[in-house]
Design a protein around this ligand. Structure first.
Ligand code: PEP
Length: 247
């Protein structure tokens, strides 16, 4: 069985006074050695967090695809790695939407991060219109077709996060059957792209995961963990989700 990964996405939350909460999450997570736990933080907080919780996986939420250059306000993979990050999210729907990131760009970001040795959580997911129109699976597979790197190289890990856009921060989640159908389809796509290695890649579910629904979600086949937004900000909300992943 694949070890589950529970990653928190702090989005644009967190200043230096929140390091105490990061410490509480890191220390609390030690009770669950059967689960991999990570926090993806605002880039400006990464170094401070890495120093505060050595050994705990801290990541970024985005990375630029270029090595360096005239890209005002952006962070390269090398910069993330240099700050002590071990992983990064790419292709979150909030960036695909607000920053108009294309599948091509997301793929280039994933390649840049993996190339420097950062683990990658690559997000995909459909809008409510698409879900209601009955083409969620095709839409997500098309997104992955364009966003996945052509090959897995080196030692860094690629994970996929299926995050239906309409479930993010809304308290709504797809049915168990819908999650199972989508994760099975994503597994098929990973095998098609990467062969046998695609069986081992973790597929996370994200969108309104909380302590009350986590155990049920983690029991679904091909759900290998979760990407958690709002409920990752406080140890009291996040650690029960980590505990559920260890059941
Ligand atoms: C997210 O934005 O990655 C997310 C899953 O958010 P939430 O858990 O708040 O729905």
């Amino acid at each position: 069985m694949v070890k589950k990964l529970v990653a928190g996405n702090w989005k644009m939350h967190g200043v230096s006074s929140d390091v105490a909460e990061i410490r509480a999450i890191a220390e609390g997570s030690r009770q669950y050695p059967s689960v991999d736990v990570a926090l993806c933080l605002p880039s400006i907080l990464i170094h401070r967090a890495v120093e505060a919780v050595p050994g705990f996986a801290i990541g970024g939420q985005d990375v630029h695809h270029a090595e360096k250059g005239a890209h005002t306000g952006c962070t390269s993979a090398q910069m993330l790695e240099d700050s002590g990050a071990r992983l990064t999210i790419v292709g979150h729907s909030e960036r695909r939407d607000a920053q108009r990131e294309s599948d091509d760009e997301v793929r280039a970001k994933a390649e840049a991060a993996l190339g420097i040795g950062l683990d990658v959580i690559l997000c995909c997911g459909e809008s409510l219109d698409v879900r209601e129109g009955g083409t969620a699976v095709e839409t997500v597979l098309t997104q992955l077709e364009g966003s996945l790197p052509p090959a897995l190289a080196g030692g860094a890990e690629l994970a996929i996060a299926y995050e239906p856009i309409w479930a993010i921060g809304t308290g709504k989640i797809p049915s168990i059957a819908e999650i199972a159908e989508m994760h099975a389809a994503i597994r098929g796509k990973l095998q098609e792209r990467f062969g046998a290695a695609g069986i081992q890649l973790r597929i996370l579910y994200g969108g309104s995961v909380k302590a009350s629904n986590a155990a049920e979600i983690f029991r679904i086949e091909n759900v290998d963990g979760a990407l958690v937004g709002g409920a990752s900000l406080k140890a009291a909300d996040f650690l029960p989700i980590v505990a559920a992943a260890g059941l």
